[in-house]
Write a protein that binds this ligand. Structure first.
Ligand code: GLN
Length: 487
């Protein structure tokens, strides 16, 4: 069987009907890793033996229809802790860190019969938009090996696009699921803040971080969310709202009749890459042909999103990363002669340049005398950005924006210019600041640069069902993308 053409939903079906064994599925994914990994460098750790052993055990027991991910191999971003398996955050600081517990997301995946196949590369501590900030390797875009896969979950997105496994998990603090998904031609969902437990998600910006699925179909994203969502008493910010049966609800959507989609005038103005502009215009026509009603809306404060986001995220990062002091976790500098010297050397040697830059800036915006001017102001603007969205949902059901103003750029093209890199997060960061759910899905391939183009759907809090239902209809209409050109 050609593992590339199956979704997780389809594979699970075949496993339950005993038309394929779990071991076969795992072996085919491992073969696929062998075929593609040299080209894309998406993974930091592969658990060959562990995955095969688990598969054999499961085949012996026989399939369990109550387990939603029964026998499905899953790739996990290395920012999530995995019991007994390295969890490095792509940082020298945690190079040898092997946690003794699973992140709640990982625990739920295992509980539902998912098999942890590998850990994926990322920007160090999830800081970046290209996966070039990894301390260990540079992941390549499977569509064009000279280009970046996006970031910070670039390893997860590239791996899923290369069909190393049907699904992967990413995390999104300012776009890190949606932007790499768009760059690699796959589907990526950032759930509503609080929908998914952050327990075991190594913290970057705690008020913004969410884990979510990266898949090759909308249905798979819905399946994964129904497994990982829900209250967790180990994370007080996780929501007690009951989790819906997203796949069942999806069936209620036959077309887009009666659905109003808001197009923010600020986002669809100018400055978009011509390929993104062109594919999006085609896409608007498709939406209309499916019965959707497109209306202009306005999000006047989103122009402050980048400044607001980077102040808040760096402030939170500087506080969260204070724990890496050479005493409690991971790396410790060798030849320090006293305590302060040990801290300084450990942190200077253990963290890469982007992480150090953010800790310094974050400490600055929180310092006495600057706190009111930067951090407090950013917190106020954050509220206004959220209100813009909530007010707009009086006029529409979903909001549609680009994912990124630019197409995947060449490796090395932007590393020297961090501000340029930050600016590319313009359409994704407003959702994290507002806590809203958003999904990026592929809508075609560019004419000038032959890489995928994605689009972002945004829903009111906890209305992931609306995104899945509508996007599934659209996906049926668009059909599958071809296989990545770089492989
Ligand atoms: N690119 C953004 C940043 O560097 C978002 C990263 C993320 O979502 N983890 O902060």
């Amino acid at each position: 069987m050609d593992i590339k053409s199956y979704s997780a939903v389809e594979l699970r079906d075949l496993i339950l009907k005993k038309q394929v064994s779990v071991k076969e599925v795992v072996s085919l994914c491992l073969d696929r890793i062998d075929e593609t990994e040299d080209k894309i460098d998406a993974l930091l750790y592969i658990d060959r033996e562990g995955a095969l052993k688990k598969a054999e055990e499961m085949d012996k027991q026989g399939p369990d229809p109550d387990k939603l991910l029964y026998g499905i191999p899953v790739v996990i971003k290395d920012v999530l802790t995995t019991k007994g398996m390295p969890s490095t955050c792509a940082s020298k600081m945690l190079k040898n860190f092997i946690p003794f517990y699973d992140a709640e997301v990982v625990r739920r995946i295992k509980e539902h019969g998912g098999i942890i196949l590998a850990k994926s590369n990322m920007d160090e501590f999830a800081m970046g938009s290209s996966t070039e900030n990894s301390a260990f390797k540079i992941t390549k875009n499977p569509w064009d090996l000279e280009r970046v896969p996006g970031g910070s979950s670039g390893g997860s997105a590239a791996s899923t696009a290369a069909c190393q496994s049907p699904i992967s998990i990413g995390t999104d603090t300012g776009g890190s699921i949606r932007q790499p998904a768009a760059f690699c031609g796959v589907v990526g969902l950032k759930p509503t803040y609080g929908r998914v437990s952050r327990f075991g998600l190594i913290a970057y910006g705690s008020s913004l971080d969410q884990a979510g699925p990266i898949c090759r179909s909308v249905k798979d994203a819905a399946l994964v969310l129904s497994v990982i969502a829900g209250k967790d008493k180990k994370d007080s910010t996780s929501s007690p709202r009951p989790v819906e049966d997203y796949l069942a609800k999806m069936k209620e959507f036959k077309n887009l009749q009666g659905i109003t989609i808001g197009l923010p005038e600020e986002d669809w103005k100018e400055g978009l890459d011509p390929d993104i502009e062109k594919r999006s215009q085609d896409f608007f026509k498709l939406l209309k042909s499916l019965g959707a009603n497109l209306v202009p809306i306005s999000l006047p404060h989103t122009k402050y999103a980048i400044a607001t986001y980077y102040i808040i995220v760096m402030a939170e990062a500087s506080s969260n990363l204070a724990r890496y002091d050479g005493v409690r976790y991971g790396y410790r500098a060798k030849d320090a002669n006293e305590l302060i010297d040990m801290y300084v050397k450990t942190r200077s040697e253990g963290f890469g340049p982007e992480v150090q830059r953010r800790i310094i800036l974050g400490t600055y915006v929180l310092s006495a005398g600057y706190y009111d001017a930067y951090y407090r102001k950013a917190a106020q603007v954050r509220r206004l950005i959220r209100e813009d969205f909530l007010n707009s949902f009086d006029k529409c059901d979903l909001i549609l924006t680009p994912v990124s103003p630019i197409v995947p750029f060449k490796i090395g093209e932007k590393v020297e210019d961090p501000l340029q890199m930050y600016l590319s997060d313009i359409f994704t960061t407003p959702l994290n600041l507002s806590g809203l759910p958003g999904m990026s899905m592929p809508i075609g391939i560019g004419d000038e640069v032959k890489v995928p183009v994605g689009i972002q759907f945004i829903a009111p809090p906890f209305r992931e069902d609306l995104i899945f239902g509508s996007c599934n209809v659209i996906e049926q209409e668009i059909g599958k993308l071809p296989e990545p050109f770089g492989l």
